[in-house]
Design a binder for this molecule. Sequence first.
Ligand code: FBP
Length: 342
Amino acid sequence: MSSSRPISLMRFLIEEQRAHQHINADLRLLIEVVARACKTIAIAVGKGDLGGVLGEAGSGNVQGEAQQKLDVLSNEILLEANAWGGHLAGCASEEMDDPHPIPDVYPKGNYLLLFDPLDGSSNIDVNISVGTIFSVLRCPDGVTEPKAEHYCQPGTAQVAAGYTVYGPSTLLVLTLGHGTHVFTLDRELGSFMLTRRDLQIPAQTREFAVNMSNQRHWEEPMQRYVGDLLAGKEGPRGKDYNMRWVASMVADVHRILTRGGIFLYPWDRKDPGKPGKLRLMYEANPMAFIVEQAGGRATTGRERLLDVTPNALHQRVPVFLGSREEVDEATRYHREHDAAGA
Ligand code: FBP
């Protein structure tokens, strides 16, 4: 970044709006409101036990998962912040079965916001980085009370996507379809400041991220692909690979955006009825948009993730994303397997 003082998120958005037609006042306001909500979540996360926010909430979500107190609190913070701004027609969350309508007392807007309010829930109580992931779609014309089917748009329809990492520093990573940019929260100023513009993921890598404990449940091409990584320079890939797995998607993806790598959460036989663990609409699609805008690649192992036609708000999908040549290689193993009709 040049020696000049970093610019704020607000100034960045205003300049994007002036320079390009892909952002208007409503979308700019929406991004600023989400960023402000993430600042509030960052404070709660930072308080930890002192704020009484650790541990389970005693309730479950539509995924059948036990909700953490911070899942529920972060969800409420995002709902409250986005209710009155007039930029949304509705929002949907990992923590809510159905879409959340904008209360009638407030004006409605043209955008739909989808979010995973607190990603990496299993890491909350052990002080490992967690985050918030969000995706923005247009509300279909003429729809005033958006239902789940109105949110089910392919990832290519996203107009913005981002994630916040609550780690040693709080980072907001954002794309509006014109590159991927990183903002660091200046805790003194209370503002997100632009610290990396137009991030580019290295095309090649020697690092992979996967939960290896699921290996025995993987299908053949996935077994062979990871087997060849582990075989290192003596194997068909001819180079040694290192492994990392934080088990917070935001942290694993941010590492990959910063220095390259491949993130893998494939389908497995552990629960054959489930097409994967991660959710398409508010985990896989926003991350795929961010990664592609940073020169990376994102597939299901077989097809481009952003081209997947959603059929349910909380549907799950296999995820392969990161350095484009490595994701192409992993996808090639699966497509050749299918072509061989094995
Ligand atoms: P949530 O915490 O939002 O449910 O997200 C799912 C997640 O925690 C991802 O962040 C992470 O990549 C993955 O699950 C970890 O899965 P596992 O515990 O199977 O390694």
